[in-house]
Design a protein around this ligand. Structure first.
Ligand code: PXP
Length: 239
């Protein structure tokens, strides 16, 4: 069955907008688990724009579902990952100026850096997944690195429309087959929404989907009415 990893980075984005204590991604993780999340995913970025080391430490102590840490092949973040030891680490490319992760990791083009990062994580007992574009060369190379899983980047599929989206889905389907034939677990994520998720979830052998923005966006909307009602009550309540 396809599992859902809920990415809670953007709960921390809202907190960091005010550098305060709320909303706490740790609370959000608990609620996500109550909602049935099979995993909690966070990206500890080099610039710490959302998730902080403190979040990762507390999440590691409190999350009972699988904790998946997204990280770049950066020595400082690798040190933190190897110390905290989440169950799974997903290596992603990272650029300071990007709004969100753009494109998959170029494992072929940065062999030494990627294989050193994988060895460090695996030596610390962490399962490694690589975030890759649906590109046969990258996937074939991933298999030689001994990683447990490949997370296919669904960003192009999510952006495409009509026939172009069908073509992107076909690429994901073919790449999914290749990932499984090479003996790795099949994951996917990025840009998935309530509307576009189903065809990706139905790709044969899909094991894990990591979804963040769309879930956090909906959480704000479905929770707004109640939040305003509670504030009105707080204002008008007699002590
Ligand atoms: N998977 C990876 C590797 C990502 O970098 C991200 C974004 O942090 C996601 C999944 C989730 O993407 P979205 O927030 O668009 O659902």
């Amino acid at each position: 069955m396809c599992e859902l990893g809920v990415n809670i980075d953007h709960v921390a984005t809202v907190r960091q907008a005010r550098k305060t204590f709320e909303p706490d991604p740790v609370w959000a993780a608990t609620l996500a688990e109550l909602g049935g999340a099979d995993g909690i995913t966070v990206h500890l970025r080099e610039d710490r724009r959302h998730i902080q080391v403190r979040d990762l430490e507390i999440l590691h102590a409190t999350v009972t579902a699988k904790l998946n840490l997204e990280l770049a092949c950066d020595n400082d973040v690798l040190d933190i990952a190897c110390t905290i030891q989440p169950e799974q680490a997903t290596l992603v490319p990272e650029k300071r100026e990007e709004v969100t992760t753009e494109g998959g990791l170029d494992a072929v083009g940065s062999k030494a850096m990627v294989s050193t990062a994988i060895t460090r994580l695996q030596d610390a007992g962490i399962k490694v997944s690589l975030f890759l574009d649906p590109d046969p060369e990258q996937i074939e190379f991933a298999a030689t690195l001994g990683v447990s899983a490949v997370e296919l980047h669904t960003g192009q599929y999510a952006l495409a429309k009509g026939q172009q989206q069908d073509e992107e889905l076909a690429k994901l389907t073919n790449s999914g087959k290749q990932v499984r034939q090479l003996g790795m677990a099949l994951h996917a994520g990025h840009g998935l929404t309530y509307k576009n998720v189903q065809p990706v979830a139905n790709i044969a052998g899909m094991h894990e989907l990591n979804i963040g923005h769309s879930i956090v966006a909906r959480a704000i909307m479905v929770g707004m009415e109640r939040a305003v009602r509670d504030m009105k009550k707080a204002i008008h309540e007699t002590p």
